[in-house]
Design a protein around this ligand. Sequence first.
Ligand SMILES: Nc1ncnc2c1ncn2[C@@H]1O[C@H](COP(=O)(O)OP(=O)(O)O)[C@@H](O)[C@H]1O
Ligand SMILES: [Mg+2]
Length: 162
Amino acid sequence: MQQQINQATWLTQTEQDTVALAEQLAAWVKPGAILALDGDLGAGKTRFSQAFARAIGVKGIVNSPTFTIIKEYEGEQLPFYHMDVYRLSLEEADELGLDDYFYGDGVTIVEWASLIKELLPTERLELYIEHLGDEKRRILLTGYGEIYASWCRAVSEIGAGR
Ligand SMILES: Nc1ncnc2c1ncn2[C@@H]1O[C@H](COP(=O)(O)OP(=O)(O)O)[C@@H](O)[C@H]1O
Ligand SMILES: [Mg+2]
């Protein structure tokens, strides 16, 4: 059977609009959820991750995992794994055994996810953040698999109603 794929676009006028999207997605997550982020440096991948972490109940500061590669946090209901794979080769990433995170009890956000596309679970939500200027961003969501496809449909409806 062919995998379901769906897309949605979320436009932001202010940084708070990015926070709102992160909060909405956080409300839907279940253990094993994968959010794969891409977009140029400064697009807002880490900012999105911070808002998401806060929304699932992570206390304290969530900063960029560029140098640590993977950081683990405790949310209220489930662990949060925050990765930045910018500095990794595909081979190095493979050796880290990321599947333990991807198929674990937590929710994972990967910054620069397209660099390790081959290693990502086939079911995931991809978010591509495009910098349009100032606080304006175009966030393209692509949901692979039934659950993430349904998230995209819901985001489209919310976005249209804003
Ligand atoms: N709409 C927006 N969404 C996300 N970040 C925004 C937005 N508007 C302004 N910003 C700012 O842009 C910067 C994004 O940086 P960061 O999240 O570290 O980018 P990345 O992780 O993609 O390299 C932050 O300083 C943030 O405050
Ligand atoms: Mg970052």
